[in-house]
Design a protein around this ligand. Structure first.
Ligand code: PHE
Length: 472
C-alpha cells in the first residue's frame, strides 16, 4: 500500500466537499448556460446528461480509484500502477497530458474568473441598479452588453483581475491539502448553493420562467444535433466534473482508505449537475425576459445575472455576494486544476510546496496573456486561418483542452482501469464483490460504453466518419 507525502483529507465529507469544490465552478455557471444556448437547448442538455451519467460517473470512479491506489501525483501514480500491473510505462502519458492540460486550463480559467472578480465592485457600487429605470428591455440588454464589452475590451483591467486571481490561487495551493484546500471549501459550497436558490426564486417571478424551462428541457428533435454539438456536450461533461486531466486523480490520492468511492463520486456528480441545471434555470428566463440572445456566447452569464440583481430588492447586496461566491467557487476549482503539477514537482524532491506553487502559478499567469489579448487586441487574430479555422487563441486553447485533452485523458483512464488492471484489484478498491450487479455495470460502462461513445463522438467531430463515408 502506498501513502501520500502530501497529506490526506480529514474525512469522507472533506473529500466530498473538496471534490465538489473542484467540480463546481465557472464550468457550471459561466460555461454550461452559454454552451447550451449556442447549441439550441433541450436536445443538447439531454446528450449532456447522458454523458454525465453514463460516461462521467464511471470515469470519475475510475479516476478516484487510480489516485487512491497510487497515492502520488498523476504522473507517478500512472507509472507506479503500470509497473504493478506489468504494463508499459507509456501509461504515464496520461499524467503528463494532465499536467499540460492543467497549465492551459488554469491560464484561461484565471482570466474568466477575473471577470467574476471585476463584477464584484460593479455590483457593490450599484452600477446595475440603474437598469430598473431604463424602461425598455432593449435598453437594459444594451446596458448589460456594454458593461461586459467595456470590461473584456480593456486588457489592462483584465490583467489586473487575472493577476489578483492567480495570486490568490497560489496562496491557497501553497498551504497544502488540509491547511489550504480543505479550509477554503467547507463553507463556500453551501453558501453558493443557497444564493443560487434565491436567484431561482427571482427567475420564477419573471414572466418567462416557463420559456426558460422549456428551452432547457424540451428537446427539439426536428433540429438534428451536429457532431460538433455532441462533442461539445461530452467535453462539457468532462470539464464540469474535472475529469480526465488528473485533478480528480490527485484528490483521490488524498482520500482515506475507508471512504466509499461509489458513494462519494455519486454525491459529487449529483451536486455538480444540480448546480449547472439551476444556473440554467436562472439564466434562460432572464435571457428571454430581457430580449437577450440565448446564443449570446461567452458573456451570457455576465450579461444576464447583473440585470436580475439590478431589478430585485437588495440587488446590490445579493449581487455582490453572488460574484464573491462565484469567484470563490472558481478558486476552489483553480487549485485542483494545478494540483497535479504542483504535487509532481514536490515529488521530484527539488521543490518545496511553496516554490512549486509559485513556479506553476507564474507559468499559467504568463500563458494567460494569450487569452486576455484574444478578447481585445487579438480579437481578429486567427492563428489557424490558413486551415479555414476561424478561432482566436482563446478559442483554440479552449477547444484543445475541453474537446480533446479531457475526453481523451478520461478515455485512456477508463481503458487502463477496465482492460489493463485485474478485476480482483479494482473490485477490492471499490469495496464490492466482482460478481455484484453494480460492479459489473460499472465495468461494462467503462469497457464498452466509454470507449465506443468517446471514440465515435471524437471521430465524428474531427470528420473521420464523414471522410470514410459512414455519416453524410
Ligand atoms: N470543473 C471545474 C468547473 O466546472 C473546472 C475544472 C476543470 C476543474 C478541470 C479541475 C479540472 O469549473
Amino acid at each position: 500500500m502506498h501513502t501520500s507525502i502530501h497529506g490526506q483529507w480529514s474525512s469522507r465529507l472533506a473529500f466530498i466537499l473538496a471534490a465538489t469544490g473542484s467540480a463546481v465552478g465557472l464550468g457550471n455557471i459561466w460555461r454550461f448556460p452559454y454552451i447550451t444556448g449556442e447549441n439550441g437547448g433541450g436536445a443538447f442538455v439531454l446528450v449532456y446528461l447522458a454523458c454525465v451519467f453514463l460516461i462521467g460517473l464511471p470515469v470519475m470512479m475510475a479516476e478516484v480509484m487510480l489516485g487512491r491506489k497510487g497515492r502520488h501525483s498523476p504522473i507517478n501514480t500512472m507509472s507506479i500502477l503500470a509497473r504493478e500491473n506489468q504494463r508499459s510505462q507509456i501509461w504515464q502519458l496520461i499524467g503528463w497530458s494532465g499536467v499540460i492540460a492543467g497549465f492551459i486550463i488554469l491560464s484561461y480559467y484565471s482570466v474568466i474568473a477575473g471577470w467574476a472578480l471585476a463584477y464584484i465592485p460593479r455590483l457593490a457600487m450599484g452600477t446595475f441598479s440603474a437598469v430598473s429605470d431604463l424602461g425598455s428591455t432593449q435598453a437594459v440588454a444594451e446596458f448589460a452588453g456594454g458593461q461586459f464589452g467595456a470590461l473584456i475590451g480593456d486588457y489592462q483591467q483584465l490583467i489586473i483581475w487575472h493577476t489578483l486571481f492567480m495570486m490568490g490561487t497560489m496562496v491557497i495551493i501553497s498551504g497544502g491539502v488540509q491547511g489550504g484546500l480543505e479550509k477554503a471549501v467547507t463553507f463556500m459550497m453551501p453558501a453558493l448553493f443557497a444564493l443560487l436558490l434565491i436567484l431561482l426564486g427571482y427567475a420564477l417571478s419573471t414572466d418567462k420562467f416557463i420559456d426558460g424551462l422549456l428551452f432547457l428541457f424540451q428537446p427539439d428533435f426536428s433540429r438534428a444535433l451536429t457532431g460538433q454539438a455532441i462533442l461539445d456536450a461530452l467535453g462539457q461533461a468532462f470539464f464540469t466534473l474535472s475529469l480526465g486531466m488528473g485533478a480528480i486523480m490527485i484528490y483521490g490520492a488524498y482520500l482515506p482508505k475507508d471512504a466509499s468511492i461509489s458513494f462519494t463520486t455519486t454525491m459529487i456528480v449529483i451536486a455538480d449537475t444540480s448546480v449547472a441545471l439551476i444556473a440554467g434555470l436562472v439564466i434562460f428566463p432572464l435571457v428571454f425576459s430581457n430580449g437577450l440572445e440565448a446564443a449570446g456566447g461567452a458573456g451570457l452569464a455576465f450579461q444576464t445575472l447583473p440585470i436580475a440583481f439590478g431589478q430585485m430588492p437588495y440587488g446590490a447586496f445579493f449581487g455582490t455576494l453572488f460574484f464573491v461566491l462565484l469567484s470563490l467557487a472558481a478558486w476552489s476549482s483553480a487549485i485542483s486544476i494545478i494540483e497535479p503539477a504542483v504535487a509532481w514537482l514536490v515529488e521530484t524532491d527539488k521543490f518545496s510546496r511553496l516554490s512549486a506553487s509559485l513556479l506553476c502559478g507564474l507559468g499559467a499567469w504568463l500563458l494567460g496573456f494569450v487569452t486576455i489579448f484574444s478578447f481585445n487586441i487579438w480579437a481578429e487574430v486567427y492563428p489557424l486561418a490558413s486551415f479555414g479555422v476561424e478561432k482566436t487563441w482563446f478559442d483554440l486553447l479552449e477547444y484543445l483542452t475541453f474537446n480533446m485533452m479531457m475526453p481523451l485523458g478520461g478515455l485512456f483512464m477508463a481503458i487502463f482501469v477496465a482492460w489493463f488492471m485485474n478485476t480482483a484489484t479494482t473490485s477490492e478498491e471499490l469495496n464490492s464483490s466482482p460478481n455484484s450487479f453494480g460492479f459489473k455495470l460499472w465495468l461494462f460502462l467503462l469497457r464498452y460504453v466509454t470507449p465506443v461513445g468517446v471514440g465515435i463522438v471524437f471521430l465524428n467531430a474531427v470528420g473521420v466518419l464523414k471522410a470514410i463515408g459512414i455519416v453524410s
